[in-house]
Design a protein. Sequence first.
Length: 211
Amino acid sequence: MFEELKFDESGLIPAIVTDKWSKEVLTLAYMNRESLELSIREGRTCFYSRSRKCLWRKGETSGNVQRIASIRADCDGDALLIEVDADGPACHTGAESCFFSTVHEAEPPFSLGALYKLIEERKSAPQSGSYTSYLFEKGVDKILKKVGEECAEVLIAAKGGDRAETVFEISDLTYHLLVLMVEMGIQPKDVLSQLASRHVVDKKVKQEKMQ
């Protein structure tokens, strides 16, 4: 495998690290052969510091360990893509990703992860007139009531065979579920991890447990 990789004149290869669950790019670091071997052997990221000229295991002092899910090389073999399950922020500033300074953006990107973070912000820093902040102010009973109402709306729309209306109501339900998740401290990756642990497509998990 190593024979197919192209290390530069300094014996290094760039490693792009992404979150296994959100797919967000966390950081760009460098590896040499030894750090790559250690990463594979230990199952956690180990890089080569160009400034300190030594190996460093991510999380060695901070505790923000990155457990490796996969390592892939690009088509030319001169860059690595590493998917990780992160135990904490990737950036030394405390940010989840090192890529938080916008140089240019044609339009704000949307993702469920970005929506979740925005909802978190409305909880930690309430805004006047914000419906999301209002839900957190009213508490979990109000949030649960809205989740129940939106579930019923999805059923009615789907039963009526109205695709557009069903998409609309599923969107409402998804938003309120995210609010509930933030209220309960449930991360999106917690749900994805639970789904990944099941053969959810082919098995009726709840029914099997109840039998």
